[in-house]
Design a protein around this ligand. Sequence first.
Ligand SMILES: C[S@@+](CC[C@H](N)C(=O)[O-])C[C@H]1O[C@@H](n2cnc3c(N)ncnc32)[C@H](O)[C@@H]1O
Length: 205
Amino acid sequence: MRARKKKNCDARLERCSDYIIDKIVVPPENDKPVFLEIGCGKGRFAVETAEKESCLFFAVEIMKDIIVMAIEKGAKRGLDNIKYKIGSADDILEFCPENCVDTLFLNFCDPWPKKRNAKRRLTYRAYLEKYKKILKKDGIIAFKTDNYPLFTFSVEEFKESGFEIYDYTENLHESGIYNVAMTEYEERFSQMGQPIYHLKARMKN
Ligand SMILES: C[S@@+](CC[C@H](N)C(=O)[O-])C[C@H]1O[C@@H](n2cnc3c(N)ncnc32)[C@H](O)[C@@H]1O
């Protein structure tokens, strides 16, 4: 996602500093599922999911000029079950404990269409190895995209990395599979008539 430099971005982040974390910490008394979204963009999915579900939601985004909008959305609604991390999936093991996440959401991640950039796709096997570490034993990855080449690439990466795939569909909105919330990209592409590809992946026992 291209982001124009936001005016007063640092001041805006400062005003919402209660929502921003350095590291993901799950309080020992927590009894709710832990949700993590990587590449949350402007935050619609994260905020609506945190509102609807009894969960602890952590939203990660690399671009501070983009996440500032996501953080302001959460803060405006006064949500107490969502926190935001400005950071990259590359460093996930530095700011997220192992064996901690129930559901990891990857929504409309950048497709990086050129083959030489395949390693940058957030479903590339090196990322999946990192995600395995932060997922709980029965934790899952929920993935959706408008991009069919990225989708088919990801299916192979999940399989190669020892995941089994379920809730696979090439048209999420007509599938009957529960879609807790739409993302900004999802709304835009589905309004253009584009089907949304979706799958869930869990480690084979
Ligand atoms: C195509 S946008 C989709 C945004 C949002 N998920 C949606 O569906 O509307 C992809 C987002 O992932 C972020 N991103 C890209 N690489 C990332 C990384 N390595 N770690 C965290 N976020 C990343 C981008 O900055 C961008 O906001």
